[in-house]
Ligand binder design. Sequence first.
Ligand SMILES: [Zn+2]
Length: 137
Amino acid sequence: MSGDNLPPFAEGIFRSDGALTELVGSRCPTCGARHFPARAHCPDDMAETETVSLGASGTLYSATVVRTKPPFGLPAPYAVGYVDLDDHPLRIFMLLDPAHAEDFRIGMALDLRSGALGVGLDGEPCIRPYFTPALKD
Ligand SMILES: [Zn+2]
């Protein structure tokens, strides 16, 4: 998927240089907790957080295929899931690659991608991050 000139679905949740996409979140300097999406203050101790990369890979904890009418111009069906990030102690809820909606299995390795997918809150096409099955080596 391309779409270099499209806006991101939301600011500050991922960055991409076209080839590599990484999630962006926050880390608390006091207790070390990570958050996604980023938070200005840690919910546990109210310390001011710092913005950190949360990496680009994870392991699928749980997934489901959604067959109701999709929101935001997503294809039907689409899949969502909880992903344990490889580089941080954090489980996040994310969109999974609609091109592989039926292929996700618990425990599988995932890589983050981004591309033109659906529309944003303004109804215009946008770039979205999503996890896809990791390429086997
Ligand atoms: Zn904290």
